[in-house]
Structures are given as C-alpha cells and as structure tokens.
Write a protein that binds this ligand. Structure first.
Ligand SMILES: [Zn+2]
Length: 339
C-alpha cells in the first residue's frame, strides 16, 4: 500500500479502475504525525490526521482529463504526505476525477464531466456505457459518505483546472453561486489561494464546485491555474507554484475567516452567450482571450445568419468557445466590480 500511495498516478494510469478496492492504510502509526489514508474508490482518497480536525479540504483535479498540471501536483502532495515530508493539519480529500480521460489525454471520454453535477442528472438512471455519468455518481457517493452525519463542519473545496485558452489573467477562480436558503459560508480557512482575478457566478451551474458549495455546504471555487502541457511535460515552475500554495494551506495552523481564494480583481457574470445555430461564430480574425475587453457598440458574435450580438458598456469575455454543442454556453460576459 505504501508503494501504491507513493506512485499513485502511475498506478491509476496502468491498472484497471476495478483493481482499486476500498482499503485503508495508516502512516506513522501512534505518533503525532499519524495519517490514516482511506481509498474509497479509484482516485478518491481521504486523509485523516491524528489531531482532531474540524476543517476539511477537498482538492480535486482532472475533472477535465487533459488539464494535467494539478494532476501531477496532487500526486506529489499525496506521496509527500505518505513519506512524512508534509505534516497535515486538516482533514483532506483528494479526487482524481476523470481517470479514463487522463489515460487517453482527453478532456472527456463520453461527455463533459463538469456538466453532470446537478441533482437532476445524478438522480436519473445513468446511461449504460457513459463513463462520465458513472464517475459523477461515484464521486458524489464517496463525498456524501465522507461528510455524512455532519462530519468536518468547516469544508473547503478547490477544483483545480488548467485553462485551454490564452488568458489576460492566467491564474483565476470562479466562485459558484450559493442558492437562496443555503448556509452562509464564511469559514475559518487555513488556505487562501492567491489568484489574479475572481469571477463571481450569478446562476446555478452543473460544475463540481457548484455541487460541493450547495449540496455539501463547502466554501468552493473552481481554479484555473494557467496553461498545462501533456502529462509529465509540465514546466517545473508552474508545478512548484501550485504545490507551494496548496501545501502552505495544508500545513497551516492559523485560521482566517475569509474565502479560500484571494484576489484584488473581481468580475461578475453579466450574461451568457449560447450557441443556438450552426452559423454561430465569434467575429474577428483572432481567438478571443479570457478577460478580453469588448468595445462598446461593436458586434462580437454572429448568433445566426441574420443576427449579431453587440457589446453594451464595459464588458469582458471569458471561456469563448465556438465549438461547443448546439444549445450549450459558448462564452461568459463579465462586468468588473469596482469597490
Ligand atoms: Zn477544466
């Protein structure tokens, strides 16, 4: 088990998922640095330090299988905790989400996993053979079990991604909306991940961070951590930067009542651009960067053969992707929040 945990990603890449049975292993037993590691399912691990922790941190990666830098970092963090190089001060859950897509170096195999974390979709029977539907159910079932009976009341979730697009601010976070009636989530947090910008969502979505924020009462964010390369080909300074920021939080004993991500630049989602026709395309010869500003009054997207959309006021575009399926979101429009 020690060898498995210190080479976990390698094992995930080379073994069938069914080979990863629920199992538990205790490192440095009966010392103050004891950590119990429970494998709930392939790629879903719970790490319980000996000191009684109220705080819990979920670190997930590979919701998109080709966003590889956080996958490498979480594998190293796991190995370093097992080897005693990191002293864990919080309860920690590590999720390698889309294992089949990591193996194939793809964003997803059958469907975008980050569109499946809604109660509607999770409650309907999964389509036979749809890998991501099965995996979304498995991840939610494991998290529900870990946090059953109100365990670990202060919960933080960072869902770690890498942007596929060039971005004016390469390191940024999306904070999911909290549905009306949910708990107010200003937790003491050991972790405040620094980013260049935070986007505040205003509508429910189907992402893993929306799910953990609203169904597991986590303080959650999706983090975009820059552009990554193929697995094991990422730049060492990108990996080191992510590692250092996460490990600072894991080892920290000082708790601050703040959101788990910090920035002095804030945007709010003002509108979504939906692709409804085959004629849909963004206007201009260059691809739109994340956070690119749009000129007031200028048409920026051809919605159909006869209909263009014009930018109004000071607006910025993010996640522009003309290649999404018909009916899906092709971009977000943002407004800057001025404090
Ligand atoms: Zn992603």
């Amino acid at each position: 088990m020690y060898t498995l945990l210190t080479n976990y990603l390698n094992a995930l890449l080379n073994e069938s998922e069914t080979a990863f049975k629920p199992v538990s292993y205790v490192c440095r037993q009966k010392t103050r640095y004891q950590v119990e590691i429970k494998q709930h399912s392939a790629g879903i691990l719970e790490l319980i330090p000996a000191t009684l922790a109220k705080h819990s941190l979920i670190l997930s990666c590979a919701v998109h299988g080709d966003e590889t830098a956080p996958i490498e970092v979480l594998d190293k963090i796991l190995a370093d905790i097992v080897a005693g190089k990191i002293h864990l001060n919080s309860h920690l859950v590590i999720v390698f989400a889309n294992i089949a897509a990591i193996k194939q170096n793809k964003r997803y195999v059958d469907t975008n996993l980050n569109r499946l974390f809604t109660t509607d979709l999770l409650n309907k029977p999964t389509q036979a053979g749809n890998y991501e539907e099965h995996r979304a159910e498995q991840i939610c079932a494991c998290l529900a079990k870990i946090y059953s009976a109100g365990r670990y009341p202060f919960r933080i979730h960072l869902d770690l991604h890498c942007s596929i697009k060039a971005s004016i601010y390469p390191i940024f976070a999306v904070k999911p909306v909290k549905l009306v009636g949910g708990p107010v989530l200003v937790y003491n947090t050991p972790l405040r991940y620094p980013v260049q910008a935070i986007i505040h969502a205003r509508k429910p979505s189907s992402t893993l961070s929306f799910y953990t924020a609203n169904l597991l009462a986590c303080s959650s964010a999706t983090l975009e951590l820059g552009k990554s390369a193929k697995l094991y080909n990422n730049q060492s300074n990108l990996l080191r930067q992510i590692y250092v920021h996460l490990v600072e939080g894991l080892a920290c004993t000082e708790l601050i009542p703040r959101f788990c991500v910090r920035s002095n630049r804030h945007f709010v989602v003002s509108d979504e651009v939906i692709k409804n026709t085959e004629a849909f395309h963004f206007i201009g010869s260059q691809p739109l960067l994340n956070f690119q500003s749009l000129v007031h009054g200028q048409p920026f997207v051809q919605l159909s053969n006869s209909n263009k959309q014009v930018s109004v006021g000071e607006q910025f575009i993010c996640f522009a992707n003309p290649d999404v399926e018909i009916g899906h979101r092709a971009a977000l429009l943002l407004k800057k929040l001025h404090y």
